[in-house]
Design a protein around this ligand. Structure first.
Ligand code: ADP
Ligand code: MG
Length: 331
């Protein structure tokens, strides 16, 4: 028997299925030591899809978000190495391209898994724009490194000819840095919500979304050369689709106090008050665990009930309460 979702034909006695937003890093598609080939992406998308099946089995409707750091790096290198022959594309278009390609890998792999399990669900990818504010203080202070590492000379040339802002990475060379403004509004939120409410699996807001802002002169959307943190966008999206659960999958099994030190301890269940206290005590650095915990805290503050941070391998146990760090909203 195929399980079927018939939108608009719900039996009043059947409870509404819960919705989960699942966020994962761009490195989920490229493991340590891999180059990020087509095959690497296919293999890792298959693994991700297998791990996500536990949510499907447990009746969740799901929205999947993902990072795109390494893929954007490759796109930027393609831009530079082919710029003599092919016009360069701006960062917003590169983000759109990675949303499409990573969405495609996931669609293909998920449909494969669903088909093997005889589950009739559609999977769709939404090219997602996210509004940022031109007044965001991040534009005064670009912090997000993007693209490949460069020699000092090459970096300075880009700065002088293309107006890039550049920074020196401790010992790996020089890199372009762009602003990382906060997500203000997910432009396609209503459509993502509608698609997931109808029982479809939706891949959305890849790479934190394509940053756009309204041009004050023309009144039209324009693409912005910036990167929005994918965890913060995922938290916003979880609120927008009224998710019951926000899951952030990353490389660690849970969130630690004193991470990296001898007395590191993993957090099991965390209330909003605990969460605030640990954030304020500086346990979660910006650029890695910080935005994940902030994203979940924001989701809970806006009325969300549950957040979870763990790795893909522990997801099943975590859903049973046996692994991962659980964040609990107002009861
Ligand atoms: P992603 O690509 O999934 O966004 P990040 O590298 O940005 O992953 O952030 C996750 C990483 O944050 C973990 O792999 C870990 O190395 C690091 N980290 C920093 N502080 C903590 C902490 N308090 N608890 C757990 N991991 C932490
Ligand atoms: Mg990250």
């Amino acid at each position: 028997m195929m399980q079927r979702y018939e939108p608009g034909q719900r039996d009043a006695n059947v409870p509404i299925p819960p919705t989960a937003v699942v966020a994962m890093g761009g490195h989920a598609f490229i493991k340590p030591g891999e180059r990020g080939t087509y095959e690497d992406h296919l293999n890792n998308a298959a693994e991700i899809s297998q791990a996500l099946m536990v949510l499907i089995e447990r009746g969740y409707r799901i929205v999947i978000t993902h990072g795109n750091g390494p893929q954007i790096g490759d796109q930027m290198t393609r831009n530079e190495t082919s710029s003599g022959d092919i016009p360069r594309l701006p960062l917003d278009v590169l983000v759109a391209q990675t949303q499409g390609s990573l969405g495609y890998y996931l669609q293909r792999a998920l449909l494969q898994e669903l088909h093997a399990k005889n589950i009739a669900r559609f999977v769709t990818t939404m090219v997602t724009q996210v509004m940022v504010s031109p007044d965001d203080p991040a534009f005064e202070n670009p912090t997000k490194p993007v693209g490949p590492f460069m020699e000092r000379e090459a970096a300075e040339k880009k700065r002088d000819t293309d107006g890039w802002q550049i920074t020196k990475d401790l010992n790996r060379g020089w890199r372009r840095v762009v602003p990382s403004p906060k997500p203000v509004k997910i432009v396609q939120a209503a459509m993502i919500r509608e698609a997931v409410r109808s029982g479809n699996i939706v891949v959305a807001a890849g790479g934190g979304g394509i940053p756009v802002a309204i041009n004050p002169d023309s009144g039209l959307f324009q693409g912005i050369e910036a990167v929005i943190d994918k965890d913060l966008t995922s938290g916003q999206l979880a609120s927008d689709v009224d998710a019951d659960l926000l899951v952030i999958l990353t490389a660690v099994d849970g969130v630690y106090l004193n991470y990296g030190e001898d007395d590191a301890t993993m957090l099991g269940a965390v209330t909003m008050a605990d969460c605030r206290r640990h954030i304020d005590a500086g346990h979660f650095p910006p650029g890695s665990m910080g935005p994940k915990v902030e994203a979940i805290y924001g989701f809970l503050r806006r009325g969300g009930q549950r957040g979870l941070i763990t790795n893909a391998e522990s997801l099943r146990d975590a859903l049973d309460g046996q692994a991962g760090t659980h964040f609990i909203g107002r009861i």
